[in-house]
Design a protein around this ligand. Structure first.
Ligand SMILES: NC(=O)c1ccc[n+]([C@@H]2O[C@H](COP(=O)([O-])OP(=O)(O)OC[C@H]3O[C@@H](n4cnc5c(N)ncnc54)[C@H](OP(=O)(O)O)[C@@H]3O)[C@@H](O)[C@H]2O)c1
Length: 299
């Protein structure tokens, strides 16, 4: 299989470099080789590489900054994926694209399924939804994988921020009324590779598998309990944690105003990917424990 990976330096992109390598010839490009702020240039990039599958891990992910940078967020998250979808359709290639729980408004009192109505509350969520729609409206075969609360050893994420602040501060206040599932970039990348492998070797599956899938860590947690888990795991491993457990305090979303609104419920029901591809998510605790152990292990 000839695979073109875009956004190869992000959390997910970096893990995809590893996970996709055994599938065949892999070309991994970062912003310097495929700039999503120049969508028209991407058609030529795809035509030059003639991939069997395009895996797009590039995105404008700065959720709060996007509120004041709408044109750029839309260009990267919607216009560029539309060009990729048209290029994939011309070649008959698969397009794998990642999306987000932020396409939902977060008011549903249960995990979201793929067919639930969307209703993004932020520019980031709205532009990601536009990207989904452009791909779905194209003629290309696609996997749109909606995920949530992504973390990795490489890159910026909530778990790493909490570990840093827990070493520096006496007190931490963390939002306790938003729930979701932390999802390891390693897991996302491994699941992607398994899906592409199965599509390449099972024509029956490939004939009907195109569509949207939810893919997140197993279980659910609030940001507050997620922070406590990370900090206590690091403390138990001997990391120099400054903040005492009693000084990690729960707060409400209303007490932590941000430019972008975030869903209160980010839980994604992942049964569809289980029933169609046989992919089941490990509990979020298993994935996060591995990250913390890696980050705090002595050299
Ligand atoms: N992070 C999360 O919590 C989260 C949650 C739900 C869904 N997702 C989705 O999961 C996917 C992967 O996210 P991630 O966490 O891996 O994000 P990330 O670590 O922020 O990586 C995004 C990558 O996109 C690249 N990029 C941004 N603008 C670009 C441009 N104009 N041209 C080319 N590349 C550009 C960045 O390049 P530079 O390194 O050069 O900046 C970066 O390598 C995205 O589709 C995201 O929307 C993420």
């Amino acid at each position: 299989m000839n695979i073109l990976l875009l956004g190869a330096n992000g959390q997910v992109g970096w893990e995809l470099r590893r996970a996709l390598a055994p599938l065949g010839a892999l070309t991994a490009l970062d912003r310097s080789g495929a700039n999503f702020e120049r969508p028209d240039s991407l058609a030529e990039v795809v035509a030059r590489h003639r991939p069997d599958a395009i895996v797009n891990a590039a995105a404008y992910t700065a959720v709060d900054r996007a509120e004041g940078d709408v044109a750029r967020a839309r260009c990267v998250n919607a216009e560029a994926p539309a060009v990729l979808a048209a290029a994939a359709a011309r070649l008959g290639a698969w397009l794998v694209h990642y999306s987000t729980d932020y396409v939902f408004d977060g008011n549903k009192p249960a995990p979201y399924v793929e067919t639930d109505p969307t209703g993004p509350a932020s520019v980031y969520g709205a532009t990601k939804l536009e990207g989904e729609r452009a791909i779905a409206a194209s003629a290309c075969r696609h996997l749109i994988l909606r995920t949530s609360w992504v973390f990795a050893a490489r890159g910026a994420n909530f778990a790493k921020t909490m570990l840093r602040l827990a070493r520096e501060r006496d007190e931490l206040k963390v939002v306790a009324d938003q729930i979701g599932a932390p999802t390891g970039a390693e897991f996302i990348a491994d699941a992607t590779a398994l899906m592409l492998y199965r599509l390449a070797h099972d024509a029956g599956l490939a004939a009907h598998a195109s569509g949207i899938y939810h893919l997140s860590g197993g279980g659910a947690v609030s940001w507050y309990d997620y922070a406590r888990f990370v900090i206590e795991r690091a403390r138990a491993a001997g990391a120099p944690i400054k903040v005492e457990p009693a000084r990690v305090l729960p707060i409400a979303t209303a007490d932590y105003p941000t430019p972008a609104r975030r869903p209160a419920n980010s839980r994604l029901d992942c049964s569809k990917i289980g029933s169609i591809f046989g992919i089941y998510a490990p509990a979020w605790e298993t994935q996060v424990a591995r990250l913390v152990d890696e980050l705090v292990a002595p050299l």
